[in-house]
Design a protein around this ligand. Structure first.
Ligand SMILES: [Zn+2]
Length: 354
């Protein structure tokens, strides 16, 4: 049987790594389109221009805020007009995803500079495309992972700790979902079972966030890229990224998709909703001891543990049915679990989290 794993081309992490952007980009091409998230353009434009000077002719492109088809097209046109040989995407998930999708459309390499560690998007070969009104349109699967990821922990340590906590929530799902896929033999994002390395990475991811999560948040509060934050950034971005793509996804993200059906949760971050999905997934498996352990961990890293913590104040039967129906629809990743999962089981699991 063929099994596989996938990775970003290279991953470099440390405080001040942004200073190397020009030297690194020069290895790809003499002209770069640099996409800056509109939320970071004020403080990132100057350091990016300084890093590029003398190495690469960089055109700065301010991202509009949404990873939509129109925004991807606007970026492709800008890259072509500038004669860019490489695209750099710096910022949060949507700016990064737009850069990844535009690079695919231009057949160019892409460098990703995450300014927060709120999810495992920076390393993945996936872009979530939204409609211009902000609703999710579809997942766009890319032929390859980013060529280079530069995770500057000094920048990440200066972002709000809530983002780092959300990244821990996303990373928390990685082990449980990969383990479900390992048991069931379900396919990963390459359409095949993962090699054993995928599950080793997923275990390392869980071990790192359990050991260093709380300390990393304290370091982030102090705006310090200390040793715990370094470990958690690696877990949230690199280990979780490799772990989910190569190990596979299952109940936690399916329940996240279900939760997103409700207007109530729209002000909450991806990883915060995924954490609820992890807890519900453990309840599905009736793993009460592990559920208690993970719930206590979530509380220690400021993650939600109840539906009301992510905005669902009145968890009516109708709302729970809506979540469960979406989570369990035919072909959905919840069916990667090693046990058959029905909407009624999901409703029961969510009821325990009211
Ligand atoms: Zn995720």
């Amino acid at each position: 049987m063929v099994k596989g794993v996938r990775f970003p081309g290279r991953y470099l992490q440390g405080p001040g790594i942004l200073d190397r952007l020009g030297v690194e980009a020069m290895a790809f091409a003499p002209h770069a389109l640099v996409v800056l998230d509109k939320g970071v353009v004020a403080f990132l434009r100057e350091p990016v221009e300084t890093a590029m000077r003398g190495h690469v002719e960089a055109q700065i492109f301010e991202h509009g805020g949404e990873c939509s088809e129109s925004e991807i097209r606007r970026m492709v046109e800008a890259a072509r007009a500038h004669g860019a040989g490489v695209i750099v995407g710096a910022g949060g998930g949507k700016a990064i995803d737009t850069a990844k999708a535009a690079a695919r459309d231009c057949a160019l390499p892409v460098i990703v500079v995450p300014t927060i560690a709120a999810s495992d998007a920076p390393c993945s070969a996936l872009a979530v495309v939204y409609n211009d009104d902000g609703t999710v349109a579809y997942d766009s699967f890319l032929p390859r992972n980013p060529d280079l990821v530069l995770a500057d922990t000094a920048i990440i340590a200066n972002s709000p700790a809530r983002f780092l906590a959300a990244g821990i929530g996303d990373a928390l799902a990685t082990f449980y979902e990969a383990e479900s896929c390992r048991q069931s033999g379900a396919h990963n994002c390459l359409g095949m079972p993962g090699l054993p390395l995928a599950f080793t990475v997923a275990s390392s991811c869980r071990d790192a966030i359990f050991a260093f999560g709380a300390d990393a948040l304290a370091e982030c509060d102090a705006k310090t890229a200390g040793p715990a934050l370094e470990r958690v950034v690696e877990a949230n971005i690199l280990l979780s990224g490799i772990g989910f793509e190569s190990g596979g996804v299952a109940a936690a993200h399916a329940i996240h998709h279900g939760l997103c059906e409700l207007e109530d949760v729209h002000h909450h971050l991806h990883g915060e909703k995924v954490a609820i999905g992890v807890l519900a997934g453990l309840k599905l498996h009736k793993e009460e001891a592990e559920l208690a352990r993970v719930r206590a961990f979530c509380e220690s890293v400021r993650l939600p543990v109840r539906l009301r913590d992510i905005g669902i104040k009145d968890a009516t039967e109708e709302k729970l049915q809506t979540i469960a129906a979406r989570a369990c629809r035919s072909g959905e990743i919840i069916h990667n679990e090693p046990i058959p999962v029905t909407p009624a089981m999901v409703v029961e699991a969510l009821t325990a989290l009211i």
